[in-house]
Design a binder for this molecule. Sequence first.
Ligand code: ADP
Ligand code: MG
Ligand code: MG
Length: 249
Amino acid sequence: MLTIENLFVSVEDKPILKGLDLTVPAGQVHAIMGPNGAGKSTTSYTIAGREGYDVTGGRILLDGEEITGLAPDERAEKGVFLAFQSPIEIPGVSTMNFLKTSVNGMRRRRGQDEYDTVSFLRRVREVARALNVTEDMLKRTLNTGFSGGERKRNEVLQMTLLEPKLAILDETDSGLDIDALRLVSEGVNALRAPDRSFLVITHYQRLLDYIEPDVVHIFADGRIVMSGDKTLARRLEDYGYDTVIAEAA
Ligand code: ADP
Ligand code: MG
Ligand code: MG
């Protein structure tokens, strides 16, 4: 589903990603862990096509098709979804209107039928209930006055409605209490499908107790330095990055 080949990325002429290779097959969940400043968020922004992240070498493929040079909306159309580390507020736009506009806009571009008002409301309420997103939150201005947990739940609501092929969650667990963590994880697990892949960036093993990864990668200094199964996350939690990486070397 996702293939990253020897990727080099600079931000403001500073090299951040330095030869990143990563393959996430369809249907799998890959976790990325690693110290602060390693380039994890840079990776997610670069996959999503954010401005200012200059690819100076290598390429990114989705479903075998190169997306390296595409605009963010073109990548979204092809099925890339990024849940932000800090979801932004959009004053003056209600959450419900935002959801309907973005979901129907994306369905139109993908050649899918748009939701009419009644069927959209039914679908949103069904997903919102599972994520404990209240009617009040749906009526409020997008993310304004939302707590950290409410914003994250709202991101997963949006992700679910957009039906991505590749969902990237960048520290979606940071700032979540245990109940919100469980709701967000259940939301992600409900989305797991043979034709959908996940890249889950996290600092904490705890999230991976709920979202069981097929592969765990350790990121350091702009690339993946080690990969393993889910027990790798546990070893990192117990012994720290330096020890686990040194042991492998
Ligand atoms: P992580 O998510 O692993 O903590 P980031 O990808 O956020 O790491 O950052 C990697 C490096 O890139 C850091 O040294 C950070 O300071 C730098 N960086 C990231 N974004 C920018 C930016 N917009 N401008 C300047 N430097 C940046
Ligand atoms: Mg960071
Ligand atoms: Mg980050």
